[in-house]
Each structure stands twice: as structure tokens, then as C-alpha cells.
Design a protein around this ligand. Structure first.
Ligand code: DGJ
Length: 728
């Protein structure tokens, strides 16, 4: 085999892509390498994924006996046993597929290095292009495929995974998040026994309800936050997905992609189905390393406006629910501006002409302002926001309608429905789902945003809600033989709409909300600036949920709001400081009726908001270090963010249980630089004049990291937020 010594190094970046041996491609990031063997006339093989290997990487892998020799895209038919990435019914009814490499190439793209492996069936007119992309400046490599019918007659795809990644079997644990409404993103970890473990979603629309489309797999026993070998994977898809871990004695295969159940997909002549990106990272620094790699990748490539700082907002929902009116909105804006807020978002309840929106039963689709509630129109609201020196945002739920709406009366065939069956309805007993496979409906949904933003260019923020899963699985648009495309084409249609919106309105801030945290996924993040984490705003429960979210998603995207003293979801009463300290560890906002806050509370809020402005770049752009997990039930949770240079950091500590003579764990700050010395500032003292004893002191990074801090978490629901700044 010919050894090619040339190194393709992208100037100034860590990514290298080196064909070390003629058919071996080594795709590397700063800390990881992936080796793909692609020789014409044979299947493509995945040989290795793990720590970065320098020099003759592939040769070393062979010498070390570590080459996997696993087909990189196994197909059903010839070797029919085991899990497959691809299963097809060919035009003549044959259920076999057998791929060989035709060609392969490495190229530099705007965002990294791309390996393209072109495969074709040895007999049938079917091609698969497999892509592997190393994102520049990150430790993330993604993979996906484009499957094409190059023949004249249609074929049907039954399996069409994005990724098939083998892992050498060890003492493996899987970490993932699970949750439904009000308790989203709860963290779970379990030992993987032989057999199959599957995380899948069939909800249709809100794919983060149930399991999130993300996993971490440890390779050598239970990983900690800072140690252990861990592979992390996330699927960038907003619809039904399927992530399988197939464990046997020697290998653990990770297969990820769209959930094909009830979704077999026909490809006509020259049709191509492109599967969503599966992103993976590998860490020798435990789970924290995986999270930090995904966070950096998200901010750099997969989150809209990932480097732009987020406004501190007040959202009207828990303050007034559907009782929107001009006076109430004005008052909320004035109060928020007075506390130092930067943006006000008017939630549900502002629209409907024939059917004013006073509850969940009517009006979705009728996106005209309700003049009885808002006689001054949206102009009145944007003018008021301008007067108070803040920006204005608005709620919509554009994928939905109610049977009691002018839209439904005009276009009953635009909703997912079957003409010979009664409609099943959701929220309010009337909510139904628009058929986004239909280009006319796509135009309408685009028009909802387009109309709002062309008429009111002052609108700076859109909260895009979606409060139903797919019901009435039938499209009036798709032909009879393509009904099984609905789950997939719905999301392709949604993607088209969002692309158009982003092309025309690149600056507007958008939040993905779906009955709370139903849309925490990497499929939508490129179009959205953030997601609504949960309708449950109880700060205590949020500690657990936000911990779960943080495994895979960056804090800048995690909307985290301070809500009422007696929480509307759990009924719990929590100190305002605790509520702020929790919300400040994400994208801070408020979800409260400010007129019910006392003057003292408003004063505290003003100070906390000002403090957040100071640490915003660290929380929103920094590296996360999780220090004490609330799931370990030690009565305390702690996390910190640090700048990449570790010259600035912020620490959050929360008491989650309260007992007499309780052992409060020592907090070791793994995210500081031991060679630096830090000045500590108490960020949110309940009483301005009574800061913690540690405030103003300087402590060495070595001490903070190794000996740690014993902090005075006195009383129930105590919390502490500290800023650390390196001093010379
Ligand atoms: C569900 C969302 O999660 C809430 O925040 C709120 O926007 C309501 N919908 C409004 O109907």
C-alpha cells in the first residue's frame, strides 16, 4: 500500500485530514481522529474513532490491532443478519443492496474538512454518498448520507440511517436525558448489557418529549465529569428519530438516524433523500469534555447567532396568560425596563378578528391583531417598547390552526386530516396541525412571519410555539403512495420555511418552543437562537432539567426565566435570590407579573440583572464545568463557567435539600487555572450591604481547584453566585 506522507493542514486550525495509506482517510480535529478506509470496488470501512493520532495514524491503528474493519454503511440483503444502516426494496422487488466504493475525496469547505465517499450498488441503480465532516476549531465530526435512485423505476427505502459507528466493547455506560411536559431533560445513566438499547421518538413534531436525540457512551466504566473515555452523539433532526445501541460481546454499534417506523420512503427517478447530520465527539476528559465540545460546536456552527449575546427579556405568559391588553403590556414593559431588562415578549392571546384568542380553543391561523384587546395594534406596542428603551417580541404558533378559526373555515384541506374520518383534535378540543408537506401551506406559514416583520420591522424577537404532536396521520397533499413520507416531509417542509425566513430576516431572534421543551434539538437550532427549556419554571426543578440540557446544549440557547414566588407549576415558594441564581446560569429572562413584585424585589431584580450583564459573556460564551451534580443527592448542586483563557469565571451553587448538621460538599473548581490567582465577588447578595465573607478576597487557582471552597449555604434554598477574576 502506498504511503502518502502529505499532511493537509488548514492554516492555523487544528483540523487535519490525511490519507495516510492510499485508501485510508484520517480525519482529525484537535483532539480526535476518525479513520475511514475507502478503496474502489470494496465496501467502505470505519477503522477507528477516538483520540487524535498524529503521524502515520492508520498504520499505528493496524499495528496496535485496533482497526475495526466494520462496514461504514452496512446494507440489508447479502449479509442479512444484524442491524443495518440501509434496507431497500429495489424496483424489481429484490430486498438486497450491496454497496462498493466508486470514488472518495477530501475537500476543504468553509467550515472544515469534508470526506466524501461515493458508493454504488453492484447491481442496481442505487447510489449512496457518505459524508464525514470535521468542523474547524471544534472537536466534532459529523456524518450523513445522500441516497439516490439513479434508475427509471421507483425504489423504497426501509432503513436509512445517518450514522453507523462501532465502538469496541468495554465497561460501557450510556447517559441520556428523558422527560415529558414539565419535567423535560432529566438525566439518566445506566450500564449497557448485551442486547439493544433504543432511544426513539414517534411524537411527530416535538421530538424532545420523551428521550432527547442525544447520547453519551462511556468506554471504560462510569465516566465522571472530568475523567473517563466518552463518545457523545447528537442527531440534528427535528422529527422522529431513532438512536440504537447494539451491544454484543465484542462491539457496541451506535446507529442513529430518522426513525423509519411507518416512514418507508420512495425514491422516484433521480430522487435523493439526504439524511440528517449525526454529530459526534470523543473525550478523554469525561462527560464535561463531551459537553464542552458540543457547546463550542453549537455556538460556532449550529446555533443561530451563536456568538451574539442574548437580551434579558420579560415574557408575558405567566404574568397575564391570555389576558393581553394594551395597558397590561405597557405596564409590563415599563416595569421590565425599570429593572434593566432589554426586551419584552408578548405571548399568546394577542390575535384573532372573528374569533378573539381568549383561550386555547380558537384563532390559531388568524394572525391579525385583536383590536378589542390592542386598539393601538402592534404599532402601539412597538411604540411603547421604544418609549421604554427596550426591544419588542411576539409569540406565534404558525404550524397550527383551530377548527374555530377563519383559516380553517377557508382551508379545511390544509390540515393533516383524512376526508373520510372524523378529525382528532388537540389543545382546546379544536387544535389541528397544518400540513407542511404542502408548498401552499409552507407559503402561508412563511407569510405569517413575513407579514409581521415587513409590517412591523421593529419586532426583534419571535417566540415560535408548537403545542401538538402529529395527529390524523394523513396528508391531503401527498399522493396515496407517498403517505408514508408525512413524518419526514413535514420536517423538510418546516426546514424550507425556516430557511426562507432566515434568508429574508437574518437578524430577528427566534425561540423554538413546543409546549415547553419539546423542541430541544439540533435539527432546529440552526434557525433558532434558543429554545424554551420547559413550561416548568420552578427554580428547584429547573436545576435538574438545566443540568440535563447542559449535557448536549449550550447555556446561551437555554431560556431560563425567573417566575412567581409561588410557582405556577409546582406551587413551591422560593427566595427571589435562588430563582435568579438558577436563571442566571442560562439565558436569563423573567416570566412573572412585575406589578405583583414588591419594591424590594424589584430592587433586587435590578441588581441581579445588572450583575448578569457583567457575567453574560462568561455564561453565554464560556466553557461549562459541572462540579456537584444535583442527581448525586448530596443536597447541593454546583456548576461554573469559565472563559477559554480561564481569566474570568462564574460559580453557581444551590442548596437542593436542607437538614440540620448537613454535610455541604466542598466545591472544587475544576474550571480554574491553578497558576492564576482569582479575586472573588459575591454577585447577588440578598442584601447589598451583606456580601459573603469571601467577597473581595483573592484565592489561588490551585487552592480553588484542589482544596476547593466550603461555602456558607445557610438555610433552606440557599444559593450563591460568585464571580472570579484573575488578578496579576
Ligand atoms: C406553551 C408554551 O410553552 C408557553 O410558554 C406559552 O407560550 C403557551 N404555550 C401559550 O399558549
Amino acid at each position: 500500500m502506498e504511503v502518502i506522507k502529505s499532511l493537509f493542514c488548514v492554516a492555523g486550525f487544528a483540523i487535519t485530514a490525511m490519507p495516510a495509506i492510499a485508501e485510508d482517510y484520517v480525519l482529525s480535529t484537535e483532539k480526535t481522529s476518525l479513520i475511514i478506509n475507502a478503496q474502489a470496488g470494496r465496501p467502505a470501512y470505519i477503522q477507528y474513532y477516538g483520540s487524535r493520532l498524529a503521524g502515520n495514524a492508520a498504520e499505528q491503528i493496524y499495528a496496535a490491532g485496533q482497526a475495526y474493519w466494520h462496514n461504514s454503511y452496512p446494507t440489508f440483503g447479502i449479509h442479512s443478519g444484524g442491524e443495518k444502516a440501509l434496507a431497500v426494496t429495489q424496483a424489481d422487488g429484490s430486498m438486497t443492496a450491496d454497496l462498493e466504493v466508486v470514488s472518495s475525496a477530501l475537500s476543504s469547505t468553509a467550515d472544515g474538512e469534508l470526506l466524501t465517499v461515493n458508493l454504488r450498488d453492484k447491481v442496481y441503480p442505487l447510489t449512496v454518498t457518505q459524508y464525514f465532516k470535521a468542523y474547524r476549531g471544534t472537536d466534532v465530526i459529523t456524518t450523513y448520507t445522500a441516497i439516490s435512485n439513479t434508475g427509471k423505476k421507483p425504489l423504497v427505502l426501509h432503513r436509512f440511517a445517518s450514522a453507523y459507528i462501532p465502538v469496541k466493547r468495554g465497561d460501557n455506560y450510556v447517559t441520556h436525558t428523558h422527560g415529558t411536559w414539565g419535567a423535560e431533560s432529566m438525566l439518566e445513566e445506566e450500564y449497557i448489557t448485551n442486547g439493544q438499547k433504543r432511544f426513539a421518538n414517534k411524537e411527530g413534531l416535538r421530538n424532545a418529549f420523551g428521550d432527547n436525540a442525544s447520547v453519551m457512551v462511556s468506554l471504560n466504566g462510569r465516566a465522571t465529569e472530568e475523567s473517563g473515555y466518552v463518545i457523545g452523539g447528537v442527531l440534528a433532526w427535528s422529527g422522529n428519530y431513532d438512536i440504537r445501541l447494539n451491544a454484543s460481546n465484542t462491539y457496541l454499534d451506535l446507529i442513529a438516524g430518522i426513525n423509519e417506523e411507518t416512514s418507508h420512503y420512495s425514491l422516484g427517478r433521480n430522487d435523493t433523500l439526504t439524511t440528517p447530520e449525526f454529530a459526534m465527539t470523543y473525550s478523554t476528559e469525561g462527560k464535561g469534555g463531551v459537553s464542552r465540545a458540543f457547546h463550542r460546536w453549537a455556538r460556532s456552527y449550529k446555533l443561530c447567532h451563536g456568538s451574539r449575546s442574548r437580551d434579558i427579556l420579560l415574557n408575558s405568559w405567566e404574568g397575564v396568560y391570555f389576558n393581553v391588553n394594551q395597558e397590561g403590556m405597557d405596564q409590563m414593559m415599563e416595569d421590565m425596563a425599570g429593572m434593566g431588562g432589554e426586551l419584552f415578549v408578548m405571548d399568546d392571546g394577542w390575535f384573532g378578528k372573528k374569533y378573539p384568542r381568549n383561550g386555547g380553543e380558537t384563532s390559531l391561523g388568524d394572525w391579525v391583531v385583536c383590536k378589542e384587546k390592542l386598539p393601538g395594534g402592534i404599532e402601539g406596542l412597538t411604540a411603547s417598547a421604544a418609549k421604554h428603551g427596550i426591544r419588542f417580541g411576539i409569540w406565534i404558533e404558525p404550524e397550527m390552526t383551530n377548527t374555530k378559526s377563519e383559516l380553517f373555515e377557508k382551508h379545511p384541506d390544509w390540515v393533516l386530516s383524512q376526508s373520510n374520518r372524523p378529525l382528532s383534535k388537540g389543545r382546546g378540543g379544536t387544535q389541528v396541525i397544518l400540513d407542511l408537506t404542502n408548498p401552499e401551506v409552507q407559503d402561508f406559514v412563511f407569510g405569517v412571519v413575513d407579514n409581521l416583520l415587513t409590517r412591523h420591522p421593529e419586532i426583534a424577537y419571535i417566540k415560535w410555539d408548537a403545542n401538538a404532536g402529529i395527529m390524523n396521520y394523513s396528508s391531503r397533499y401527498l399522493p396515496a403512495d407517498r403517505q408514508s413520507h408525512l413524518y419526514i416531509d413535514y420536517h423538510l417542509g418546516l426546514g424550507k420555511v425556516l430557511k426562507r425566513i432566515r434568508a429574508k430576516y437574518p437578524d430577528v431572534v427566534m425561540q423554538a418552543c413546543a409546549s415547553g421543551g419539546g423542541r430541544v434539538n439540533y435539527g432546529l437550532l440552526p434557525y433558532f437562537d434558543e429554545f424554551w427549556t420547559s413550561d416548568d419554571t420552578d427554580a428547584l426543578q429547573r436545576i435538574y432539567m438545566q443540568w440535563g440540557v447542559s449535557q448536549f446544549y449550550p447555556a446561551i440557547a437555554m431560556a431560563s426565566h425567573v417566575s412567581a414566588d409561588r410557582n405556577h407549576q409546582t406551587g413551591r415558594r422560593l427566595p427571589l435570590k435562588f430563582r435568579f441564581d438558577v436563571a442566571m446560569s442560562g439565558r436569563l429572562g423573567m416570566e412573572i407579573q412585575p406589578k405583583n413584585m414588591s419594591d424590594a424585589d424589584k430592587t433586587f431584580a435590578r441588581r441581579a440583572i445588572a450583575a448578569y450583564k457583567g457575567i453574560r459573556p462568561i455564561v453565554q460564551q464560556g466553557d461549562l464545568y459541572r462540579l456537584v451534580s444535583p442527581y448525586e443527592k448530596r443536597g447541593t448542586a454546583a456548576l461554573m463557567y469559565a472563559t477559554p483563557e480561564k481569566d474570568k469565571a462564574v460559580l453557581f451553587v444551590y442548596k437542593t435539600e436542607h437538614f440540620i448538621n448537613q454535610n455541604i460538599p466542598v466545591i472544587r473548581l475544576s474550571g480554574v487555572d491553578p497558576s492564576k490567582t482569582y479575586r472573588i465577588t459575591d454577585l447577588t447578595p440578598a442584601d447589598e450591604k451583606k456580601t459573603l465573607g469571601i467577597s473581595g478576597k483573592t484565592i489561588s487557582g490551585r487552592l480553588l481547584k484542589d482544596a476547593g471552597l466550603s461555602l456558607p449555604l445557610n438555610g433552606e434554598y440557599a444559593s450563591i453566585a460568585l464571580q472570579l477574576e484573575a488578578v496579576d
